[in-house]
Design a protein around this ligand. Structure first.
Ligand SMILES: Cc1cc2nc3c(=O)[nH]c(=O)nc-3n(C[C@H](O)[C@H](O)[C@H](O)COP(=O)(O)OP(=O)(O)OC[C@H]3O[C@@H](n4cnc5c(N)ncnc54)[C@H](O)[C@@H]3O)c2cc1C
Length: 225
């Protein structure tokens, strides 16, 4: 079943374009970190692209587009979008789950995963240890993730080495981003992923591949969503 939303406000954030959208339908319940699939209708095809819910209001929600600059139905659409435009979407789907009883949380995210990461940070007690490796410019992360205490792992090698170490007691791991990077993480963690209280990996997009191709690969990889 499809729903319709209207764009009520557009905001430019560093690295992102935030669309505030209104459905006028109280029966649809959105949660931060959940996702919708926006429908794009071409001359003889219908295409879908997934986006996380970054903000929730009354009958309304926001999504944050990464300005990735390559031509695709979603990226072209969002560049030309105006307040008052309407679109159809499928969903919302639920947010991913993490174990909130853990003491240590390890996150890997790129730009596309920042809305979902932000949603998770909002649910974790402030006293817990949070470690983040961000695949992108640190200034973007720092502007996006404010009011949370976390340890930023700045070196990729340090992060990859950490993945090879024995898992600290009561730890959770969450990673989302580009498919090949996620596959690398899966390889490094495959022998000890069961030691985490919760462990989540999801491929959100693939370099050099449109989402239709990416989704086929992801199914073959058995990567979530
Ligand atoms: C559960 C889930 C949640 C997601 N949440 C968000 C979100 O909140 N915000 C968001 O922006 N994206 C999010 N994504 C990723 C988004 O769905 C993909 O980036 C999608 O491919 C964009 O569609 P497109 O039409 O712009 O490009 P496509 O037609 O899919 O691809 C066209 C070209 O652009 C390249 N490309 C696609 N995405 C990127 C990128 N991020 N960076 C660099 N190159 C890219 C492709 O490799 C390809 O070469 C999410 C994906 C999933 C599965």
């Amino acid at each position: 079943m499809y729903h319709r939303a209207k764009v009520i406000k557009i905001e430019d954030l560093t690295g992102f374009r935030r669309l505030y959208c209104h459905t006028g339908n109280n029966d649809i319940s959105f949660e931060p970190g959940g996702y919708i699939k926006i429908i794009f209708v071409g001359s003889n095809e219908r295409r879908m692209r997934s986006f996380s819910i970054s903000q929730v209001g009354e009958s309304s929600f926001a999504i944050d587009f990464v300005a990735h600059g390559k031509p695709g139905p979603a990226s072209i659409w969002q560049q030309n979008l105006l307040v008052g435009d309407e679109f159809d979407f499928k969903g919302p789907g639920p947010a991913s789950k993490i174990s909130l009883s853990s003491d240590n949380f390890y996150f890997y995210a790129d730009y596309t995963a920042l809305p979902a990461l932000h949603a998770h940070l909002s649910t974790i007690e402030k006293s817990k240890n949070i470690y983040i490796f961000f695949e992108g410019k640190h200034e973007v992360l720092k502007k996006y993730i404010v009011d949370f205490n976390y340890n930023l792992i700045t070196e990729k090698d340090a992060f990859l080495n950490l993945l090879k170490q024995p898992v600290a007691k009561k730890s959770s791991f969450w990673a989302a981003g580009e498919r090949l990077k996620i596959l690398q993480i899966r390889e490094l963690t495959k022998s000890h992923k069961d030691k985490y209280e919760s462990f989540y990996l999801s491929s959100y997009w693939q370099l050099g591949e449109e989402d239709e191709g990416h989704r086929i690969q992801k199914k073959q990889d058995r990567l979530i969503l």
